[in-house]
Ligand binder design. Sequence first.
Ligand SMILES: O=c1[nH]cnc2c1ncn2[C@@H]1O[C@H](CO)[C@@H](O)[C@H]1O
Length: 341
Amino acid sequence: MTDLPTFIAGLPKVELHVHHVGSASPRIVAELAARHEGRSPVPADPEALADYFAFRDFAHFIEVYLSVVDLIRDADDVWLLTHEVARELARQQVRYAELTVTPYSHVNRGIPAPAFCEAIEDARKRAEADFGIALRWCFDIPGEAGLPAAEQTLRIALDERPDGLISFGLGGPEIGVPRPQFKPWFDQARAAGLRSVPHAGETTGPETIWDALRELGAERIGHGISAAQDPALLTHLAERRIPLEISPTSNVRTRAVPSLDAHPLPLLVEAGVPVSINSDDPPMFGTTLNDEYAVAARLLRLGPDGVAALAREAVAAAFLTPAEQARITAEIDAYLASAAR
Ligand SMILES: O=c1[nH]cnc2c1ncn2[C@@H]1O[C@H](CO)[C@@H](O)[C@H]1O
């Protein structure tokens, strides 16, 4: 048996909670910064960028995140970012990823919705051909922009309806952004066949998760780590098989939890709550999906069998058809068997 990091690197995976702009690598950020001559506070130098991606608190993280969004000025930038994100996911043996994009933020910066959707769709199809990876879109509402953003995000989702669009989310800060107000837009999105995957319980308590479940019809929860504070919620999530999309390093770097050793992942797993392991905004948090699997293996004391089980659990939580799930799960099983020889 190879060492665990090598095993993880070759393990077929899916990723369910990873942000489009949040996945811009230092090379892509530098390329985008160079394209739009230095009016941006985002450093082009990778060293300086690593220091720039250090966050005082969650609000500061969102501020930095939006400064990178500002670098994306036209459809060519959107295409470049999307295709490069797919390349990096495929390098980590990701077969399928549900990428969270925020059309409102880009349309608000002058990229017309049809051009934005055409760019992500063309990059998605090219990535499937170039790298063999299947991408799907979650369109999320940037919560800090409130109900106008909800309206425009839904409009773009329903008017443009790109082929890869499968889900509807809610990101940004939770503090001061109560979930129930977004119910009308989630009702319409779900009525149109989009799956509901809001962030909740990342920087606020279990009641935000209850709201996401009861008011927004959440089928999965982005982060949801504060469920650990509410035994009734843990039981509910476990019994209803409602998965949490866990991104351990993200929670430490945004100061949602004080350290990896304090992360509630072991408690959530112990309570029988389904989880997927994700990277959220990997370059911003100095991590990769493979690194996050290694973190989860350490916190959960897993070997190859346990890590393969985590990968299967993410496949089970993915909005794939049963046949597609079976295909990826069979790949995971075959890989585990070959690694054991
Ligand atoms: O970990 C996260 N939590 C919440 N929002 C996030 C996270 N990572 C990226 N975003 C993104 O922050 C923007 C806010 O306008 C949204 O685009 C949201 O998708």
